[in-house]
Design a protein around this ligand. Sequence first.
Ligand SMILES: Nc1ncnc2c1ncn2[C@@H]1O[C@H](COP(=O)(O)OP(=O)(O)OP(=O)(O)O)[C@@H](O)[C@H]1O
Length: 222
Amino acid sequence: MTTLTLASATIAYAGGDPVLGDVSLTVRPGEVLAVTGPSGAGKTTLLWALAGLLPPVSGRATVDGTDLGDRDHAVSRGVVLIPQDNGLAAILTAAENVVVAVIAAGGTAAQARRDTQAALEKVGLSGHGDQLIEELSGGQQQRAAIARGLALRGDVVLADEVTSELDAANRQRVMDLLRAEADRGAAVVLATHDPDAAALCDRELHLRDGVAQWTREAPPGG
Ligand SMILES: Nc1ncnc2c1ncn2[C@@H]1O[C@H](COP(=O)(O)OP(=O)(O)OP(=O)(O)O)[C@@H](O)[C@H]1O
């Protein structure tokens, strides 16, 4: 069970103006948080800060109260990122992409094979594990990236626009899978343009013009 926090964080790329200023946010185990906002508002940037890829230029990013540190530290704390561009190796098959990630995270080969099969099945790709990524459709590639993220069993799951190329049935399937991640105790953050996907989340943080605003907050005590 892991809690990620940004406290009065200003987030910028090296040498650039701040993309987001004074963001405060706590992502708790068991919840699915939506990050919304127009294109370029900073959704990916916020997820990168939560992933340890972009340290705040002021304020703090913490994991269970200690500094989040760099990406390696975040990975060691179970912070999984499913990136917007899917980040899959095109020269590997869908299954190989998942297996490699599980083994890199410390899993045995047998465990990696088992977890890969289960994850591909969850996203509806069990018949496509042996296909190269470049042989898959955009939506299938997106689901392969989700399978890889699920197989890592993160304590925090940061999902960047993971439903953008999916039909309605697969979008619902993925939203159910993210909910299941939260139900097993993960803290889940979904960056999305899709109001229907955001509506299925517990809370919504909307980004616009460098400012983060809650449009739906947890009930008091929630
Ligand atoms: N690597 C980078 N270096 C410098 N600036 C960047 C970098 N990546 C993004 N930006 C800038 O940060 C701002 C926010 O971009 P970001 O990708 O976070 O937006 P977004 O809300 O995720 O957009 P979209 O919905 O189009 O994916 C934009 O002005 C963008 O140009």
